[in-house]
Write a protein that binds this ligand. Structure first.
Ligand code: IPD
Ligand code: CA
Ligand code: CA
Length: 269
């Protein structure tokens, strides 16, 4: 993508992300309309839907030829990543949004012919914007995040993960996961994949491991993490497919091999 074109898209996208966040904060304490989707704990609110629809209207008014993948279905039926594709999660961490009124984010990733060009993860209640442009580094608000990850020994690493790993023998054997948890310094679950990716980018988490995420959960985070020297694959160490669901292992490169080989591969089902 040409630099000037990218700069324009970046500026529009940033202003829409901040505007959407402002609207969410304003509506925050209105009575919520809450529905469930695939199961009883898969929540969606009218604000999730309105926010996605806000983005789709803005994007289509300026860039009618861009494709949009959105969680709530207001985007396009996207079957290929040719051209410019926006991948949007209007609220990542809806359960937190409903129950905690914090710890949720807007996630917007913009891809050109399958390559991640621009990423935004906006922690709405803290007013913290993580952003990146490919090859131009990642930022937390106006502060540039270091572009190289410092070495972290596994026994000093903090990992983000989904607790379901520890309850169900899915993908990786529970005992292998328990061994990993006992080896690292600590584990955390924040309930917003996008924020967990942002935390890996800023280095407050050294890695994040989860069983199944959709493109909108990871599209922005992949770009932001990679701009800080982090690495993202699925749990087999393979490339991510941005048109489908993936298991995700994102981390500081110093712990990638050991976790993939000695824990995940060893316990892979
Ligand atoms: C969810 C969150 C959560 C992750 C789930 C996602 P949503 O996104 O990112 O942390 O564990 O897999 O679906 O539904 O709140 O946008
Ligand atoms: Ca999500
Ligand atoms: Ca969502």
């Amino acid at each position: 993508m040409e630099k000037d074109i990218r700069k324009n898209i970046y500026n529009f996208a940033k202003s829409w992300v901040l505007e959407a966040g402002k609207i969410i904060r304003k509506k925050m304490n209105d009575p919520l309309t809450i529905e469930t989707k695939s199961h009883a704990n898969d929540l969606v609110t009218a604000i999730d839907r309105d926010t996605e629809s806000f983005f789709v209207n803005k994007i289509k008014s300026v860039y009618p030829n861009h494709q949009i993948i959105g969680e709530e279905g207001y985007g396009d039926e996207v079957t290929h990543l040719d051209g410019t594709v926006w991948i949007i999660d209007p609220i990542d961490g809806t359960m937190n949004f409903v129950h905690q009124k914090r710890n949720f984010a807007i996630s917007v990733g913009i891809y050109q012919d399958g390559i991640g060009e621009i990423g935004f993860i906006y922690n709405v209640m803290e007013d913290v914007l993580y952003s990146a442009k490919r090859n131009e580094g990642a930022y937390k608000n106006h502060q540039k995040l270091p572009s190289k990850k410092a070495y972290v020994p596994l026994n000093q690493a903090i990992l983000g993960l989904n607790h379901l790993w520890l309850c169900e023998n899915r993908l990786v054997d529970v005992s292998a996961m328990q061994k990993l948890i006992k080896t690292v310094r600590g584990s955390r679950t924040y309930g917003s994949a996008a924020l967990e990716l942002a935390y890996v980018a800023e280095g407050t988490l050294d890695g994040y491991l989860t069983m199944r995420l959709a493109p909108w959960d990871i599209a922005a985070g992949k770009i932001i993490v990679e701009e800080t020297g982090g690495v993202m694959t699925n749990v087999d160490g393979d490339e991510i497919n941005m048109l489908g669901n993936n298991s995700i292992f994102v981390c500081n490169p110093s712990i990638q091999r050991v976790i993939l080989d000695d824990y995940i591969k060893a316990g892979r089902k």
